[in-house]
Design a protein around this ligand. Structure first.
Ligand code: SF4
Ligand code: SF4
Length: 298
C-alpha cells in the first residue's frame, strides 16, 4: 500500500498533545482562500520553483523530457506539459526546483515514525496525520493507522471533515484524537471562502460526536472572513448542541504566502494581516464564557 506524502515534520508541538510527528498527505477537496499549504491541495505531485536561487545554467532545459522546463528572461518556470517527473530537480544544483509530494509505502512512512517513539513515550505524544485532507487517501490512511496501532503509537487525524461518512466512522476506533476544522457555519459563506458548502462537514462532525470520538474543533480565525460575532455565536451553539467542549483557535498567518509564488499561483489574501492578540483573546474569552475550553494555537 502506498500514497502521496508531501512532508513529514518531526518534533511538532501544535498538532495534538505532547511531541508529535506530523505526516502530511496530499490532496484536499476544499480550496480555502487562506490555505497556508497550497502544495497540499492537488492530489498529484507538483513542481515548485524558487526563482531567486536560479543561476541560469540551463541544465533543467536539457534534461526535461517534455520540454516543459523554461527559462524566460532569466526566470525559471514550467509549462502545463510538466509531469512533475523530478528530473529537473535532480539536475538543478542550485536547488531552485523541488517537487511537492512523493509516493511512499506504509513501511517507508512507518520506518520514519518508529524512530520518534522515544519522544512520543516521554511526552505523551504520537503521530498526527494531516494534509491536505488525509481521508482523500482513505485506504492509505487506514493502513497507516492500523500500523501505528500495531506499534502502540497514539494517533491523531486533522480533517476538514469533507469526506465519506463510512470512511470516517469506520476508522474512528483507530484514531485517538480528531482535530476537526470548522471554518464557517453559514453554508453560502462557507462556499465562497472554501469552494464547497459545509453540510457534509457539519453532519460528519455530528456523527463523530454521537460516536463519542474525542474531537477538538479547530477554528482558523481569518479576519474579515469568519471572525464576526455571528459566526462565533453559531459555532458555540453547534458545539454545545453536540456536547463538544474543546476548541483550538488558530490565528491567520502569512507563512504560506511565498508558496503560492513558488507554485505560480495567485494568492487572494495577499494584503490580509493576522488578527491582533487582543482580537484572539476576545474570541477565546467568548468561547470560554460559554463553557468551552478554548486555547489560542494548537
Ligand atoms: S537547472 Fe536550476 S539553476 Fe539551472 S537554469 Fe534550471 S532552475 Fe536555474
Ligand atoms: S518536473 Fe519533469 S516535466 Fe516538469 S519541468 Fe521538471 S523535468 Fe520537465
Amino acid at each position: 500500500m502506498d500514497g502521496i506524502v508531501f512532508n513529514i515534520m518531526h518534533y511538532a508541538l501544535h498538532d495534538g498533545p505532547g511531541i508529535r510527528t506530523v505526516v502530511f498527505l496530499k490532496g484536499c477537496p476544499l480550496a480555502c482562500q487562506w490555505c497556508h499549504n497550497p502544495e497540499s491541495q492537488g492530489s498529484r505531485p507538483e513542481l515548485m520553483i524558487t526563482a531567486e536561487r536560479c543561476t541560469g545554467c540551463e541544465d533543467c532545459l536539457t534534461v526535461c523530457p517534455t520540454h516543459a522546463a523554461i527559462l524566460e528572461g532569466g526566470v525559471p518556470g514550467a509549462t502545463d506539459a510538466c509531469t512533475a517527473c523530478g528530473r529537473c530537480v535532480d539536475a538543478c544544483l542550485a536547488g531552485a526546483r523541488t517537487i511537492a509530494g512523493r509516493m511512499m509505502t506504509v513501511a517507508e512512512v512507518m520506518s520514519e515514525l518508529v524512530r520518534d517513539r522515544v519522544f512520543f513515550e516521554e511526552s505523551g505524544g504520537g503521530v498526527t496525520f494531516s494534509g491536505g485532507e488525509p481521508f482523500m487517501q482513505s485506504a492509505f490512511l487506514r493502513s497507516l493507522l492500523e500500523a501505528c496501532q500495531d506499534e502502540g503509537i497514539s494517533t491523531a487525524v486533522e480533517s476538514c471533515g469533507m469526506t465519506d461518512r463510512q470512511d470516517l466512522l469506520g476508522m474512528a476506533d483507530k484514531v485517538d484524537l480528531f482535530l476537526y476544522d470548522v471554518k464557517l457555519m453559514d453554508q453560502a459563506r462557507h462556499g465562497e471562502a472554501t469552494g464547497v458548502g459545509n453540510e457534509t462537514i457539519l453532519t460528519n462532525l455530528a456523527a463523530l460526536a454521537t460516536a463519542h470520538a474525542h474531537v477538538i474543533v479547530r477554528f482558523p480565525v481569518i479576519p474579515g472572513v469568519n471572525d464576526d460575532s455571528e459566526n462565533v455565536s453559531l459555532m458555540i451553539a453547534m458545539m454545545r448542541r453536540l456536547g463538544l467542549r474543546e476548541i483550538d483557535l488558530l490565528p491567520y498567518h502569512r507563512i504560506g504566502t511565498d508558496k503560492y509564488r513558488r507554485l505560480g499561483r495567485p494568492y487572494q489574501l495577499a494584503d490580509l494581516q493576522p488578527p491582533s492578540a487582543e482580537a484572539m483573546e476576545n474570541i477565546r474569552r467568548t468561547f470560554a464564557d460559554a463553557g468551552i475550553e478554548a486555547s489560542v494555537g494548537g
